[in-house]
Design a protein around this ligand. Structure first.
Ligand SMILES: Nc1nc2c(ncn2[C@@H]2O[C@H](COP(=O)(O)OP(=O)(O)OP(=O)(O)O)[C@@H](O)[C@H]2O)c(=O)[nH]1
Ligand SMILES: [Mg+2]
Length: 467
Protein backbone atom coordinates (compact mmCIF):
# COMPACT_ATOMS: atom_id res chain seq x y z
CA UNK A 1 0.00 0.00 0.00
CA UNK A 2 2.77 2.37 0.96
CA UNK A 3 4.55 1.59 -2.30
CA UNK A 4 1.38 2.22 -4.28
CA UNK A 5 0.90 5.54 -2.49
CA UNK A 6 4.49 6.57 -3.21
CA UNK A 7 4.00 5.57 -6.81
CA UNK A 8 0.85 7.68 -7.07
CA UNK A 9 2.66 10.65 -5.50
CA UNK A 10 5.46 10.37 -8.01
CA UNK A 11 2.97 10.31 -10.82
CA UNK A 12 1.34 13.46 -9.43
CA UNK A 13 4.66 15.38 -9.31
CA UNK A 14 5.48 18.04 -11.81
CA UNK A 15 8.56 16.83 -13.65
CA UNK A 16 11.20 18.65 -15.69
CA UNK A 17 14.20 17.84 -17.86
CA UNK A 18 16.46 19.24 -20.53
CA UNK A 19 14.88 17.79 -23.68
CA UNK A 20 17.66 18.58 -26.14
CA UNK A 21 21.02 16.78 -26.35
CA UNK A 22 24.08 18.21 -24.57
CA UNK A 23 26.41 20.48 -26.48
CA UNK A 24 25.84 23.84 -28.06
CA UNK A 25 23.31 24.28 -30.82
CA UNK A 26 20.66 26.65 -32.09
CA UNK A 27 17.96 26.03 -29.55
CA UNK A 28 17.78 24.14 -26.27
CA UNK A 29 14.50 23.06 -24.74
CA UNK A 30 13.46 22.58 -21.13
CA UNK A 31 10.31 20.53 -20.82
CA UNK A 32 8.02 20.59 -17.78
CA UNK A 33 4.92 18.44 -17.27
CA UNK A 34 2.36 18.28 -14.49
CA UNK A 35 -0.18 20.39 -12.68
CA UNK A 36 2.47 22.83 -11.42
CA UNK A 37 3.97 23.61 -14.85
CA UNK A 38 2.17 26.84 -15.49
CA UNK A 39 2.80 28.27 -12.02
CA UNK A 40 6.50 27.44 -12.32
CA UNK A 41 6.69 29.28 -15.64
CA UNK A 42 4.84 32.19 -14.04
CA UNK A 43 7.52 32.48 -11.34
CA UNK A 44 10.42 32.59 -13.77
CA UNK A 45 9.19 34.11 -17.01
CA UNK A 46 8.84 37.78 -17.82
CA UNK A 47 6.90 38.06 -21.09
CA UNK A 48 7.88 40.93 -23.36
CA UNK A 49 4.33 42.27 -23.28
CA UNK A 50 2.55 41.78 -19.99
CA UNK A 51 -0.12 39.69 -21.70
CA UNK A 52 -1.85 36.68 -20.19
CA UNK A 53 -0.14 33.42 -21.26
CA UNK A 54 -2.39 31.63 -23.74
CA UNK A 55 -2.33 27.92 -24.29
CA UNK A 56 -0.49 26.71 -27.39
CA UNK A 57 0.85 30.21 -28.17
CA UNK A 58 4.56 30.89 -28.24
CA UNK A 59 5.47 33.88 -26.09
CA UNK A 60 8.68 35.86 -26.22
CA UNK A 61 10.35 37.08 -23.07
CA UNK A 62 13.10 36.58 -20.49
CA UNK A 63 13.73 34.04 -17.76
CA UNK A 64 14.65 35.85 -14.58
CA UNK A 65 16.01 34.29 -11.38
CA UNK A 66 14.46 34.98 -7.94
CA UNK A 67 17.00 37.78 -7.36
CA UNK A 68 15.72 39.51 -10.48
CA UNK A 69 18.79 38.66 -12.53
CA UNK A 70 18.15 37.93 -16.23
CA UNK A 71 19.17 34.37 -17.19
CA UNK A 72 18.28 34.04 -20.88
CA UNK A 73 16.12 35.39 -23.65
CA UNK A 74 13.58 32.68 -24.51
CA UNK A 75 10.39 31.63 -26.21
CA UNK A 76 7.99 29.84 -23.91
CA UNK A 77 4.89 27.84 -24.64
CA UNK A 78 2.26 26.55 -22.27
CA UNK A 79 0.07 23.67 -23.44
CA UNK A 80 -3.02 23.14 -21.30
CA UNK A 81 -4.10 19.57 -20.52
CA UNK A 82 -5.23 17.42 -22.20
CA UNK A 83 -3.86 18.71 -25.53
CA UNK A 84 -0.22 17.98 -24.85
CA UNK A 85 2.34 15.19 -25.22
CA UNK A 86 1.64 13.85 -21.72
CA UNK A 87 -2.02 14.98 -21.55
CA UNK A 88 -0.97 17.05 -18.53
CA UNK A 89 -0.23 20.76 -18.43
CA UNK A 90 3.07 21.06 -20.27
CA UNK A 91 5.50 23.97 -20.55
CA UNK A 92 8.42 24.14 -22.94
CA UNK A 93 11.04 26.82 -22.70
CA UNK A 94 13.21 27.37 -25.76
CA UNK A 95 16.45 28.97 -24.73
CA UNK A 96 19.82 29.48 -26.34
CA UNK A 97 21.37 26.06 -26.39
CA UNK A 98 24.31 26.48 -24.11
CA UNK A 99 24.72 23.67 -21.64
CA UNK A 100 25.44 26.20 -18.88
CA UNK A 101 22.25 28.12 -19.59
CA UNK A 102 20.16 24.95 -19.79
CA UNK A 103 21.61 23.66 -16.51
CA UNK A 104 20.90 26.98 -14.87
CA UNK A 105 17.33 27.08 -16.22
CA UNK A 106 16.69 23.52 -15.07
CA UNK A 107 18.01 24.31 -11.60
CA UNK A 108 15.62 27.29 -11.38
CA UNK A 109 12.69 25.14 -12.54
CA UNK A 110 13.53 22.48 -9.96
CA UNK A 111 13.91 25.09 -7.22
CA UNK A 112 10.48 26.41 -8.20
CA UNK A 113 8.89 23.06 -7.38
CA UNK A 114 9.47 20.52 -10.15
CA UNK A 115 11.23 17.16 -9.75
CA UNK A 116 13.90 15.95 -12.21
CA UNK A 117 12.25 13.57 -14.68
CA UNK A 118 13.47 10.03 -15.10
CA UNK A 119 14.41 8.77 -18.58
CA UNK A 120 11.24 8.22 -20.59
CA UNK A 121 8.99 9.65 -17.89
CA UNK A 122 7.19 12.08 -20.20
CA UNK A 123 6.31 9.26 -22.58
CA UNK A 124 5.40 7.01 -19.65
CA UNK A 125 2.91 9.66 -18.53
CA UNK A 126 1.52 9.86 -22.07
CA UNK A 127 0.99 6.11 -21.83
CA UNK A 128 -0.48 6.14 -18.31
CA UNK A 129 -2.82 8.95 -19.29
CA UNK A 130 -4.05 6.97 -22.27
CA UNK A 131 -2.64 9.09 -25.08
CA UNK A 132 -0.37 6.33 -26.37
CA UNK A 133 -0.75 2.58 -26.05
CA UNK A 134 2.39 0.61 -25.31
CA UNK A 135 3.13 -0.22 -28.96
CA UNK A 136 3.13 3.49 -29.80
CA UNK A 137 5.25 4.37 -26.77
CA UNK A 138 7.82 1.79 -27.86
CA UNK A 139 7.65 3.20 -31.39
CA UNK A 140 8.81 6.54 -29.97
CA UNK A 141 12.05 4.85 -28.82
CA UNK A 142 12.43 3.19 -32.22
CA UNK A 143 11.95 6.55 -33.89
CA UNK A 144 14.74 8.11 -31.83
CA UNK A 145 17.07 5.18 -32.41
CA UNK A 146 16.37 4.35 -36.07
CA UNK A 147 19.55 4.24 -38.14
CA UNK A 148 18.15 3.73 -41.61
CA UNK A 149 15.19 5.08 -43.56
CA UNK A 150 13.54 1.66 -43.43
CA UNK A 151 13.94 1.54 -39.65
CA UNK A 152 12.36 4.97 -39.48
CA UNK A 153 9.49 3.85 -41.66
CA UNK A 154 8.79 0.91 -39.36
CA UNK A 155 8.83 3.21 -36.33
CA UNK A 156 6.48 5.72 -37.95
CA UNK A 157 4.05 2.99 -38.94
CA UNK A 158 4.01 1.64 -35.39
CA UNK A 159 3.60 5.15 -34.03
CA UNK A 160 0.56 5.54 -36.25
CA UNK A 161 -0.87 2.44 -34.60
CA UNK A 162 -0.36 -0.28 -37.22
CA UNK A 163 0.34 -2.94 -34.59
CA UNK A 164 -2.10 -1.61 -32.04
CA UNK A 165 -4.96 -1.74 -34.54
CA UNK A 166 -4.17 -5.28 -35.60
CA UNK A 167 -3.82 -6.50 -32.04
CA UNK A 168 -7.04 -4.74 -31.03
CA UNK A 169 -8.96 -6.47 -33.84
CA UNK A 170 -7.63 -9.86 -32.76
CA UNK A 171 -8.50 -9.14 -29.14
CA UNK A 172 -12.01 -8.16 -30.14
CA UNK A 173 -12.52 -11.51 -31.88
CA UNK A 174 -11.32 -13.30 -28.74
CA UNK A 175 -13.56 -11.16 -26.53
CA UNK A 176 -16.54 -12.12 -28.72
CA UNK A 177 -15.66 -15.79 -28.34
CA UNK A 178 -15.25 -15.41 -24.61
CA UNK A 179 -18.64 -13.66 -24.35
CA UNK A 180 -20.35 -16.60 -26.05
CA UNK A 181 -18.56 -19.01 -23.74
CA UNK A 182 -19.67 -17.02 -20.72
CA UNK A 183 -23.29 -17.22 -21.77
CA UNK A 184 -22.84 -20.97 -22.10
CA UNK A 185 -21.33 -21.10 -18.60
CA UNK A 186 -24.27 -19.14 -17.17
CA UNK A 187 -26.89 -21.29 -18.88
CA UNK A 188 -25.43 -24.77 -18.73
CA UNK A 189 -28.63 -26.50 -19.82
CA UNK A 190 -28.82 -24.64 -23.10
CA UNK A 191 -25.19 -25.20 -23.91
CA UNK A 192 -25.89 -27.11 -27.07
CA UNK A 193 -27.75 -24.28 -28.74
CA UNK A 194 -25.48 -21.49 -27.60
CA UNK A 195 -22.15 -22.91 -28.66
CA UNK A 196 -21.51 -23.96 -32.19
CA UNK A 197 -17.96 -25.27 -31.86
CA UNK A 198 -17.43 -25.54 -35.59
CA UNK A 199 -18.43 -21.92 -36.19
CA UNK A 200 -16.32 -20.73 -33.24
CA UNK A 201 -13.33 -22.69 -34.46
CA UNK A 202 -13.66 -21.28 -37.95
CA UNK A 203 -13.89 -17.73 -36.59
CA UNK A 204 -10.86 -18.42 -34.46
CA UNK A 205 -8.87 -19.57 -37.46
CA UNK A 206 -9.79 -16.57 -39.63
CA UNK A 207 -9.81 -13.76 -37.08
CA UNK A 208 -7.20 -14.83 -34.55
CA UNK A 209 -4.82 -17.55 -35.65
CA UNK A 210 -4.23 -16.41 -39.25
CA UNK A 211 -3.65 -12.73 -38.34
CA UNK A 212 -1.31 -13.75 -35.50
CA UNK A 213 0.68 -15.92 -37.88
CA UNK A 214 0.85 -13.06 -40.36
CA UNK A 215 2.19 -10.69 -37.69
CA UNK A 216 4.84 -13.21 -36.69
CA UNK A 217 5.88 -13.59 -40.32
CA UNK A 218 6.17 -9.81 -40.62
CA UNK A 219 8.31 -9.80 -37.48
CA UNK A 220 10.59 -12.40 -39.03
CA UNK A 221 10.84 -10.59 -42.38
CA UNK A 222 11.45 -7.18 -40.85
CA UNK A 223 13.68 -8.33 -38.00
CA UNK A 224 16.90 -7.39 -39.76
CA UNK A 225 15.67 -3.91 -40.59
CA UNK A 226 14.87 -3.40 -36.96
CA UNK A 227 17.79 -5.16 -35.24
CA UNK A 228 20.44 -4.96 -37.96
CA UNK A 229 23.26 -7.44 -38.44
CA UNK A 230 26.96 -7.80 -37.75
CA UNK A 231 29.23 -8.38 -40.73
CA UNK A 232 32.84 -9.35 -40.09
CA UNK A 233 35.69 -9.02 -42.59
CA UNK A 234 38.04 -11.96 -42.25
CA UNK A 235 41.12 -13.10 -44.14
CA UNK A 236 44.87 -13.56 -44.23
CA UNK A 237 47.13 -10.55 -43.68
CA UNK A 238 47.49 -8.11 -46.56
CA UNK A 239 44.59 -9.38 -48.68
CA UNK A 240 42.98 -5.93 -48.38
CA UNK A 241 40.48 -6.25 -45.52
CA UNK A 242 41.05 -2.75 -44.18
CA UNK A 243 41.02 -1.36 -47.71
CA UNK A 244 37.65 -3.05 -48.17
CA UNK A 245 36.32 -1.56 -44.93
CA UNK A 246 37.39 1.91 -46.06
CA UNK A 247 35.88 1.33 -49.46
CA UNK A 248 32.51 0.25 -48.02
CA UNK A 249 32.49 3.16 -45.59
CA UNK A 250 33.73 5.57 -48.25
CA UNK A 251 36.22 7.02 -45.81
CA UNK A 252 39.76 6.31 -44.63
CA UNK A 253 38.68 4.66 -41.42
CA UNK A 254 41.43 2.02 -40.96
CA UNK A 255 45.16 2.21 -41.59
CA UNK A 256 46.24 0.47 -44.79
CA UNK A 257 49.87 -0.44 -45.55
CA UNK A 258 51.67 -2.98 -47.67
CA UNK A 259 53.07 -4.55 -44.47
CA UNK A 260 51.26 -7.77 -43.49
CA UNK A 261 49.88 -7.56 -39.95
CA UNK A 262 48.96 -3.87 -40.09
CA UNK A 263 45.64 -4.20 -38.31
CA UNK A 264 46.06 -5.43 -34.74
CA UNK A 265 42.69 -4.68 -33.19
CA UNK A 266 39.14 -4.95 -34.43
CA UNK A 267 37.80 -1.78 -36.01
CA UNK A 268 34.11 -1.31 -36.38
CA UNK A 269 31.69 1.17 -37.82
CA UNK A 270 28.13 1.50 -38.97
CA UNK A 271 26.94 1.05 -42.54
CA UNK A 272 23.56 1.36 -44.26
CA UNK A 273 23.28 -1.37 -46.91
CA UNK A 274 20.04 -0.93 -48.81
CA UNK A 275 18.23 -0.04 -45.61
CA UNK A 276 19.82 -2.71 -43.42
CA UNK A 277 21.66 -1.31 -40.41
CA UNK A 278 25.00 -3.12 -40.59
CA UNK A 279 27.73 -3.17 -37.98
CA UNK A 280 30.84 -3.85 -40.02
CA UNK A 281 34.01 -5.08 -38.34
CA UNK A 282 37.54 -5.18 -39.78
CA UNK A 283 39.86 -7.63 -38.07
CA UNK A 284 43.52 -8.55 -37.78
CA UNK A 285 44.80 -10.74 -40.61
CA UNK A 286 44.84 -14.38 -39.54
CA UNK A 287 48.10 -16.35 -39.86
CA UNK A 288 50.25 -18.87 -38.06
CA UNK A 289 53.35 -17.82 -36.09
CA UNK A 290 52.18 -14.30 -35.41
CA UNK A 291 53.99 -12.32 -32.73
CA UNK A 292 52.38 -11.69 -29.36
CA UNK A 293 50.37 -8.50 -30.04
CA UNK A 294 49.22 -9.73 -33.40
CA UNK A 295 48.20 -13.03 -31.82
CA UNK A 296 45.88 -11.16 -29.43
CA UNK A 297 44.33 -9.41 -32.44
CA UNK A 298 43.84 -12.75 -34.17
CA UNK A 299 42.05 -14.11 -31.13
CA UNK A 300 39.72 -11.11 -31.26
CA UNK A 301 39.11 -11.73 -34.92
CA UNK A 302 38.12 -15.31 -34.13
CA UNK A 303 35.75 -14.13 -31.44
CA UNK A 304 34.12 -11.67 -33.84
CA UNK A 305 33.75 -14.49 -36.33
CA UNK A 306 31.71 -16.40 -33.73
CA UNK A 307 29.41 -13.42 -33.14
CA UNK A 308 28.96 -12.46 -36.77
CA UNK A 309 25.71 -12.85 -38.65
CA UNK A 310 27.68 -12.87 -41.88
CA UNK A 311 31.36 -13.23 -42.74
CA UNK A 312 33.14 -11.61 -45.67
CA UNK A 313 36.01 -13.98 -46.37
CA UNK A 314 38.55 -11.91 -48.29
CA UNK A 315 41.24 -13.50 -50.47
CA UNK A 316 43.86 -11.86 -52.66
CA UNK A 317 42.91 -12.61 -56.25
CA UNK A 318 46.45 -12.09 -57.51
CA UNK A 319 47.86 -14.92 -55.41
CA UNK A 320 47.33 -18.65 -55.38
CA UNK A 321 45.15 -19.54 -52.43
CA UNK A 322 47.16 -20.86 -49.49
CA UNK A 323 46.39 -23.51 -46.92
CA UNK A 324 45.52 -20.64 -44.56
CA UNK A 325 42.83 -19.40 -46.98
CA UNK A 326 41.45 -22.94 -47.11
CA UNK A 327 41.46 -23.31 -43.33
CA UNK A 328 39.64 -19.98 -43.00
CA UNK A 329 37.03 -21.06 -45.52
CA UNK A 330 36.46 -24.27 -43.63
CA UNK A 331 36.21 -22.45 -40.32
CA UNK A 332 33.09 -20.68 -41.55
CA UNK A 333 31.16 -23.91 -41.20
CA UNK A 334 27.49 -23.25 -41.87
CA UNK A 335 27.65 -19.55 -41.06
CA UNK A 336 26.46 -17.36 -43.94
CA UNK A 337 29.36 -15.88 -45.82
CA UNK A 338 30.49 -14.24 -49.03
CA UNK A 339 33.83 -15.02 -50.71
CA UNK A 340 35.36 -11.70 -51.69
CA UNK A 341 38.12 -11.98 -54.28
CA UNK A 342 39.99 -8.70 -53.95
CA UNK A 343 42.45 -6.80 -56.13
CA UNK A 344 40.50 -7.39 -59.33
CA UNK A 345 42.34 -4.41 -60.86
CA UNK A 346 45.47 -6.59 -61.04
CA UNK A 347 46.23 -9.75 -63.01
CA UNK A 348 44.27 -12.64 -61.47
CA UNK A 349 45.83 -15.90 -60.28
CA UNK A 350 44.78 -18.92 -62.28
CA UNK A 351 44.29 -21.33 -59.39
CA UNK A 352 41.32 -19.53 -57.93
CA UNK A 353 38.71 -21.64 -59.68
CA UNK A 354 39.68 -24.78 -57.78
CA UNK A 355 39.49 -22.86 -54.52
CA UNK A 356 36.00 -21.59 -55.32
CA UNK A 357 34.81 -25.12 -55.98
CA UNK A 358 35.80 -26.09 -52.45
CA UNK A 359 33.09 -23.78 -51.14
CA UNK A 360 30.19 -24.16 -53.53
CA UNK A 361 27.72 -22.60 -51.08
CA UNK A 362 29.66 -19.32 -50.79
CA UNK A 363 28.60 -16.66 -53.28
CA UNK A 364 31.66 -15.12 -54.92
CA UNK A 365 32.18 -11.45 -55.68
CA UNK A 366 35.25 -10.00 -57.36
CA UNK A 367 36.10 -6.51 -56.15
CA UNK A 368 38.86 -3.98 -56.17
CA UNK A 369 39.09 -2.15 -52.87
CA UNK A 370 41.46 0.17 -54.68
CA UNK A 371 39.16 1.29 -57.53
CA UNK A 372 35.80 0.42 -55.99
CA UNK A 373 34.94 -1.98 -58.82
CA UNK A 374 32.44 -4.66 -57.78
CA UNK A 375 31.36 -2.81 -54.65
CA UNK A 376 27.72 -2.65 -55.78
CA UNK A 377 27.66 -6.41 -56.36
CA UNK A 378 29.19 -6.97 -52.94
CA UNK A 379 26.52 -4.88 -51.25
CA UNK A 380 23.88 -6.76 -53.17
CA UNK A 381 25.42 -10.09 -52.11
CA UNK A 382 25.50 -9.03 -48.45
CA UNK A 383 21.88 -7.93 -48.69
CA UNK A 384 20.55 -11.05 -50.34
CA UNK A 385 22.64 -13.37 -48.20
CA UNK A 386 21.33 -11.70 -45.04
CA UNK A 387 17.69 -11.34 -46.01
CA UNK A 388 17.17 -14.10 -48.55
CA UNK A 389 15.65 -11.44 -50.81
CA UNK A 390 16.90 -9.56 -53.81
CA UNK A 391 17.02 -5.84 -53.09
CA UNK A 392 14.38 -3.80 -54.86
CA UNK A 393 11.76 -6.48 -54.25
CA UNK A 394 8.71 -4.75 -52.90
CA UNK A 395 8.63 -6.05 -49.35
CA UNK A 396 6.45 -4.18 -46.95
CA UNK A 397 8.37 -3.28 -43.82
CA UNK A 398 5.88 -1.38 -41.80
CA UNK A 399 4.25 -3.27 -38.99
CA UNK A 400 7.27 -5.08 -37.58
CA UNK A 401 6.83 -6.20 -33.97
CA UNK A 402 9.85 -6.06 -31.64
CA UNK A 403 11.25 -8.92 -29.56
CA UNK A 404 8.95 -8.34 -26.62
CA UNK A 405 5.90 -8.08 -28.82
CA UNK A 406 6.96 -11.12 -30.81
CA UNK A 407 7.15 -13.19 -27.63
CA UNK A 408 3.65 -12.13 -26.58
CA UNK A 409 2.32 -12.85 -30.08
CA UNK A 410 3.78 -16.34 -29.87
CA UNK A 411 2.16 -16.80 -26.45
CA UNK A 412 -1.17 -15.63 -27.84
CA UNK A 413 -0.85 -17.96 -30.80
CA UNK A 414 -0.13 -20.91 -28.50
CA UNK A 415 -3.16 -19.96 -26.39
CA UNK A 416 -5.36 -19.71 -29.48
CA UNK A 417 -4.13 -23.13 -30.58
CA UNK A 418 -5.12 -24.64 -27.23
CA UNK A 419 -8.44 -22.85 -27.47
CA UNK A 420 -9.09 -24.39 -30.89
CA UNK A 421 -8.20 -27.83 -29.55
CA UNK A 422 -10.49 -27.39 -26.56
CA UNK A 423 -13.38 -26.47 -28.87
CA UNK A 424 -12.65 -29.41 -31.11
CA UNK A 425 -12.62 -31.78 -28.13
CA UNK A 426 -15.94 -30.32 -26.88
CA UNK A 427 -14.48 -29.49 -23.49
CA UNK A 428 -16.81 -27.78 -21.02
CA UNK A 429 -17.16 -24.02 -21.74
CA UNK A 430 -15.46 -22.94 -18.50
CA UNK A 431 -12.29 -24.80 -19.50
CA UNK A 432 -12.44 -23.41 -23.01
CA UNK A 433 -12.84 -19.91 -21.59
CA UNK A 434 -9.61 -20.27 -19.62
CA UNK A 435 -7.67 -20.68 -22.87
CA UNK A 436 -9.41 -17.67 -24.40
CA UNK A 437 -8.37 -15.63 -21.38
CA UNK A 438 -4.76 -16.79 -21.62
CA UNK A 439 -4.54 -15.58 -25.22
CA UNK A 440 -6.24 -12.30 -24.27
CA UNK A 441 -3.74 -11.67 -21.48
CA UNK A 442 -0.83 -12.06 -23.86
CA UNK A 443 -2.33 -9.60 -26.34
CA UNK A 444 -3.10 -7.23 -23.48
CA UNK A 445 0.61 -7.13 -22.67
CA UNK A 446 1.42 -5.94 -26.17
CA UNK A 447 -0.74 -2.85 -25.95
CA UNK A 448 -0.08 -2.41 -22.22
CA UNK A 449 -3.51 -3.22 -20.82
CA UNK A 450 -2.20 -6.11 -18.81
CA UNK A 451 1.29 -6.34 -17.40
CA UNK A 452 3.34 -5.23 -14.47
CA UNK A 453 5.01 -2.08 -13.28
CA UNK A 454 8.35 -3.87 -13.84
CA UNK A 455 7.55 -4.29 -17.52
CA UNK A 456 6.82 -0.57 -17.84
CA UNK A 457 10.01 0.35 -15.99
CA UNK A 458 12.06 -1.86 -18.30
CA UNK A 459 10.53 -0.31 -21.38
CA UNK A 460 10.68 3.33 -20.37
CA UNK A 461 14.17 3.16 -18.92
CA UNK A 462 15.42 2.64 -22.48
CA UNK A 463 14.43 6.22 -23.30
CA UNK A 464 16.70 9.19 -23.04
CA UNK A 465 16.14 11.99 -20.56
CA UNK A 466 13.56 14.56 -21.54
CA UNK A 467 11.51 12.21 -23.71
N1 LIG B 1 46.00 -3.12 -56.39
C1 LIG B 1 45.29 -3.29 -55.29
N2 LIG B 1 45.87 -3.20 -54.10
C2 LIG B 1 45.13 -3.37 -52.98
C3 LIG B 1 43.73 -3.61 -53.07
N3 LIG B 1 43.26 -3.75 -51.81
C4 LIG B 1 44.31 -3.58 -50.98
N4 LIG B 1 45.43 -3.35 -51.68
C5 LIG B 1 46.78 -3.17 -51.13
O1 LIG B 1 47.09 -4.29 -50.36
C6 LIG B 1 47.89 -3.92 -49.22
C7 LIG B 1 47.25 -4.43 -47.95
O2 LIG B 1 46.00 -3.77 -47.74
P1 LIG B 1 45.27 -3.74 -46.34
O3 LIG B 1 43.93 -3.19 -46.57
O4 LIG B 1 46.12 -3.10 -45.32
O5 LIG B 1 45.19 -5.30 -46.05
P2 LIG B 1 44.66 -6.04 -44.73
O6 LIG B 1 44.03 -7.29 -45.18
O7 LIG B 1 43.87 -5.12 -43.90
O8 LIG B 1 46.02 -6.40 -44.00
P3 LIG B 1 46.30 -6.67 -42.45
O9 LIG B 1 45.70 -5.57 -41.68
O10 LIG B 1 47.77 -6.67 -42.37
O11 LIG B 1 45.73 -7.99 -42.13
C8 LIG B 1 48.00 -2.41 -49.29
O12 LIG B 1 49.21 -2.08 -49.87
C9 LIG B 1 46.84 -1.99 -50.17
O13 LIG B 1 47.08 -0.78 -50.84
C10 LIG B 1 43.15 -3.68 -54.38
O14 LIG B 1 41.95 -3.91 -54.55
N5 LIG B 1 43.97 -3.53 -55.44
MG1 LIG C 1 44.10 -4.46 -42.04
Amino acid sequence: MVAAKQQADREADTIAAIATPPGSGGIGVIRISGAGSRAILGQLFRPHRQAELRSHRLTYGWIVDPAGQAVDEVMAVYMAAPNSYTREDVVEIQSHSSYLILQHLLALVLAAGARAAEPGEFTKRAFLNGRLDLTRAEAVIDLLQAQTREGLQIALSLLQGSLQQRVTAIRQALLDTRAILEVAIDFPDEEVEIIDPAALASDLRGKVIAPLEELLRAAERGRLYRDGLAVVILGRPNVGKSSLLNCLLREERAIVTEIPGTTRDTIEDFLDIKGLPVRIVDTAGIRENAEAVEELGIRRARRMQEEADLVLLVVDGTQSPTSEDLALGRSLGTRPGVLVVNKSDLKPALELEGFRQQFPELPVVAVSAKTGAGLGQLEEAIFSRATGEASGEAVEHTCVPNVRQRRALQGALAGAGRLAAALKDHLPPDLVAIEAQAALDQLGEIVGETGTEDLLDTIFSRFCLGK
